[in-house]
Design a binder for this molecule. Structure first.
Ligand SMILES: *Cc1c(COP(=O)(O)O)cnc(C)c1O
Length: 485
């Protein structure tokens, strides 16, 4: 065994990993990356088919981001945001405010303030605490505002973020540590009890037969409780697609309707764009040809967030994973002037937001993020993303003939392929059969790395992925599924 692999097995405890399984076989030790390719210590090459767990945008070792970090490193690596400002964080905040408000109207709804932290979980913790405190300040400190999130939601692993989540497998064991939140149905068309359509060889959103009962349930959730006033501080959601819930895309129109309901009952909107942000949900959009043409003509105006793509203006926008292009751990929680103002006061009023992290506003991360945003706004990147979105859609078609493929769900530059025992009955595999894990292990042997969510295989290629590389990723999945079943 490679000596580094041995050290890993001797000393490291891996996240979300049954370590007994881990210790059974030699781990892949990644040493280098270039574009969409990862290389291991033995010189083998792999395609990074999930962008290193959804973080990487432009590929590894991007010359511009490398240069930005190096340039910054020549000046300083880190200084504290507790007490001091710094150059890249100031510039980045301005830039984020610019891209996050591409279709905002009105001063009050604008996301004009940025609170930096380290990862997706902390971005959500910040939104959660701010929304809670803001609501108590505006509704009265006797109120105990609650949160509403979606079935299957995953918003991170710190205790607040876990409380917002509804993945029993991950969260139930910690229930004694959590505060209670409410949940409401998410629009999982493929397995929706209200969808009366028989399975077809197409994305379930397209052939669903229902009366938008899922939207009705959101309305009921609010109206059933509003006798004593709206109990919710905020409605928390991933826009357009829930990631760790199993790549669950929302049918067109759902997000607009439910956020309108939440707002009309006085709840704030917390958008978790940790996965969906920074162009991941695509450039082109079958709904809006006008927007497509504009994005290609004016790349600086391309909508980088899922909310902006469908005209939803949240009160909190949480970003992380792709913020630095996937280079360094950094996150941001953006919010409105109105929320900001509720924390202003004389020192001794103690209205201060008492929260922060050692690496808040890190200079290297901010320099990388600033450059990554610049790249996203180039014509080259916009057309690259538009191409990749189209190629992904075309390549995915080759999976429909497989009888174990139940649903293929693409939103922009991300796809989830749900494997089932029988596509005609939608019968699922049991989790203990480890179907997703087995498929991904076999794909790795074919030189393609990704990680499943249960029985759903995730494809989330870096934006620089070529057609040939994409073809190889999907070919590896197709061959593996054919071989295993
Ligand atoms: C990954 C993820 C998180 C948590 O982010 P970490 O950086 O892992 O803490 C939160 N929300 C969503 C939607 C995510 O995909």
């Amino acid at each position: 065994m490679n000596p580094l692999a041995r050290l890993d097995q001797k000393f490291i405890w891996h996240p979300f990993t049954q370590m007994r399984d881990w210790l059974r076989r030699e781990p892949i030790v990644i040493t280098e990356g270039q574009g969409a390719v990862l290389r291991d210590v033995k010189g083998r090459e792999f395609l990074d088919a999930n962008s290193s767990i959804w973080t990487n945008l432009h590929g590894h070792r991007h010359p511009k981001i490398n240069a930005a970090i190096t340039r910054q490193l020549k000046k300083i690596s880190h200084s504290s945001a507790l007490g001091f400002a710094n150059e890249p964080a100031s510039l980045l905040a301005e830039k984020l405010v610019g891209v996050a408000n591409s279709n905002s109207s009105g001063k009050n709804s604008k996301l004009g303030k940025v609170f930096f932290s380290d990862d997706g979980s902390t971005a959500l913790e910040v939104a959660l605490k701010l929304a809670y405190e803001f609501t108590r300040r505006t509704r009265g400190t006797n109120s105990m505002p609650k949160f509403l999130s979606l079935v299957g939601a995953y918003h991170g692993d710190t205790i607040g973020a876990v409380s917002l989540g509804h993945v029993d497998l991950f969260h139930k064991k910690f229930s004694g540590l959590l505060f209670k939140t409410d949940k409401v149905m998410s629009p999982y068309c493929y397995r929706c009890p209200f969808n009366r359509a028989k399975p077809e060889r197409e994305d379930a959103r397209k052939y669903r037969k229902c009366d938008w009962e899922c939207v009705g349930l959101v309305e009921n959730k609010f109206s059933a409780q509003t006798k004593k006033g709206n109990p919710y501080a905020a409605f928390v959601f991933e826009p357009l697609m829930q990631g760790a819930a199993g790549m669950i895309p929302q049918p067109s129109g759902w997000l607009g309707q439910v956020t309108k309901i939440a707002r009309s009952h006085g709840a704030l909107l917390i958008a978790d764009e940790v996965m969906t942000g920074f162009g991941r949900t695509g450039v082109t959009c079958h709904l809006d040809n006008q927007a497509n043409a504009t994005a290609l003509k004016n790349p600086a105006a391309a909508k980088l967030f899922a909310c902006a793509r469908v005209g939803v203006q949240p009160d909190f926008l949480c970003v992380a994973k792709g913020l630095t292009g996937g280079y360094l751990p950094m996150a941001a929680t953006m919010t409105t002037q109105q929320v900001f103002d509720a924390f202003l006061g004389e020192y001794e009023e103690f209205k201060t937001f008492f929260h922060g992290h050692s690496f808040t506003g890190n200079q290297l991360g901010a320099a990388a993020a600033l450059t990554s945003l610049g790249i996203l706004q180039t014509a080259k990147s916009v057309s690259q993303r538009a191409q990749l979105q189209k190629h992904l859609q075309e390549e995915l078609q080759s999976l429909w003939p497989l009888p174990n493929v139940g649903d293929i769900r693409q939103v922009g530059l991300v796809a989830g392929i749900e494997l089932v025992k029988n596509w005609r009955t939608r019968e699922p595999f049991m989790l203990r059969e480890r179907v997703g894990i087995r498929v991904c292990e076999a794909m790795a042997k074919r030189g393609v790395l990704t990680r499943p969510v249960g029985n759903v295989i995730v494809l989330m290629p870096p934006y620089c992925t070529s057609r040939t590389q994409l073809h190889k990723m999907i070919g590896a999945l197709r061959e593996t599924v054919t071989e295993i079943f």
